[in-house]
Design a protein. Structure first.
Length: 457
């Protein structure tokens, strides 16, 4: 008999990936969401029954119910599931279950870079014809999906640390890209709490498991146990990237393992952080026994995950990028990706994500905007949080303006309002980079729409 699952809020990129994987594995899947989407339509095409709107009557009486941290206890479908006595799984429980289905499990974790590294791993294995299975937190370029169940040896997944559920997983090989204070609504003691969670996660792994840690990150290099192998650029690590050459359109470097040349590598992703990302993926595949000659060439065709310095439009000599960066370190890395753009005027449009993050990392955010020509700050994307007195975008923009020697401006309102005010100021050779994990992703669409209105006027 097929196992049945019912997903509450099935349309998100993470939940839809799990649902797709289960459908491809022969499970029966249904669910609900508040609005339709391209992810939902793809699930329908695979046989899922999906309701628009949350209603107690939607819930089957014989399914495992799957919910994320965002689903509250007063959700009518959660209430109904409890009345029926159904098993209620967090989405991490489903991923943990999938990861135990007999494949060699490659996990990618850390405060930054886990979507890119898990996507890159899945991409190169797929392009090499190794038929990997994977569940990642974004759409993989060229492949056009966030999850796939296939017959190959490997299963790759992004392991989210934001709510502590990472301790449920036990990968054969795990990459820890870096660790910093983040998700402070959950980790009340900041980095100390995060490190404690990762120590527990590593201790739960099999004795034969391998943990690849970034030796250039102060926090991760302290995760040493007999399971850890290091990678890095500026340190004496087990895997090192040397002879790095940053060209305008690509980056090349050599990889050494225990001081012996292993391979050379070419990537078209921008920025130093992507050297770390590619190095860690190559190291994980090497440790997994993959023939590097099969995968090496495909690193050079990986264009990056959606919303990671993603070019979303171009008009009148103006280029628009969209990026998920919502932590100071991520913002620095993203803006460093623009350094190779000669004779361009770089405009960062920053939408702070969560009041708690802005409050706790206020000073770090003030130091995140370097090497650009203008900063625009939009209203905070609350992500269900209530406002904190004295923590707002207008105040932050004023303080940032006195902190850095470039123009800073606060623009209130939704993204259409922001676009309406920004558009008339744009000129040829401007590069607009939207930064944030909220509605900032709509900025590019609004600016492009305005450009078309002008053309058709």
């Amino acid at each position: 008999m097929k196992k049945k699952y019912y997903f509450i809020a099935i349309g998100g990129v993470g939940m839809s990936g799990l649902a797709k994987y289960l459908l491809e594995n022969g499970c029966e899947v249904s669910g609900s969401d508040i609005c339709d989407s391209k992810y939902i339509q793809k699930l329908r095409d695979l046989g899922a029954t999906i309701h628009i709107g949350h209603n107690a009557d939607n819930v089957p009486d014989d399914a495992v119910v799957v919910a994320s941290t965002a689903i509250k206890s007063d959700n009518p479908e959660i209430i109904r599931a409890k009345e029926l006595g159904l098993s209620i799984y967090h989405r991490s429980d489903v991923l943990a279950e999938i990861s135990r289905w007999g494949k060699f499990f490659l996990g990618y974790s850390g405060t930054h870079g886990k979507t890119t590294t898990s996507g890159l791993c899945s991409y190169v294995l797929e392009k090499a014809g190794l038929l990997p299975s994977y569940v990642v937190g974004g759409i993989i370029p060229d492949i056009g999906t966030n999850a796939h169940c296939q017959d190959g040896k490997f299963f790759a997944a992004e392991l989210d640390e934001s709510d502590g559920t990472i301790i449920k997983y036990a990968p054969n090989i795990c990459v820890v890209n870096n660790l910093e204070a983040d998700h402070l609504d959950f980790y009340k003691e900041g980095l100390k709490s995060i490190l404690e969670t990762f120590e527990k996660f590593i201790s739960n792994m099999n004795e034969k498991s391998i943990v690849l840690v970034n030796n250039d990150c102060e926090a991760t290099k302290n995760l040493h146990s007999h399971k850890t192998i290091s990678f890095g650029i500026s340190s004496e690590a087990d895997y090192t990237a040397k002879n790095i050459i940053f060209n305008e359109d690509y980056t090349t470097f050599d990889i050494y393992y225990k001081n012996n040349f292993l391979t050379d590598l070419k990537i078209i992703l921008r920025g130093k952080h992507n050297v770390y990302n590619a190095l860690s993926v190559l190291a994980s595949l090497h440790q997994a026994g993959v023939n590097l000659n099969l995968v090496k060439e495909h690193f050079a065709t990986f264009t990056g995950m959606g919303r990671r310095f993603q070019k979303v439009g171009e008009f009148n000599g103006i280029t628009i990028f969209d990026d998920y960066a919502h932590h100071p370190t991520e913002i620095k890395a993203t803006l460093s990706s623009a350094e190779g753009m000669k004779n361009k005027n770089i405009i960062a449009v920053f939408q702070p994500h969560r009041y708690t993050r802005l409050k706790t990392l206020w000073n770090e955010f003030l130091n995140a905007f370097e090497g650009i020509d203008k900063v625009i700050v939009t209203d905070v994307y609350a992500a269900s949080e209530t406002p904190i007195e004295g923590v707002n975008s207008e105040k932050f923009a004023k303080e940032l303006s006195s902190h850095i020697n470039v123009p800073c401006e606060y623009i209130a309102g939704d993204m259409k309002t922001v676009a309406d005010k920004l558009y008339p100021t744009l000129k040829e050779n401007d590069v607009v980079i939207g930064l944030g994990a909220g509605t900032i992703t709509m900025l590019g669409k609004e600016l492009i729409s305005l450009s078309k209105e002008v053309v058709n006027a």
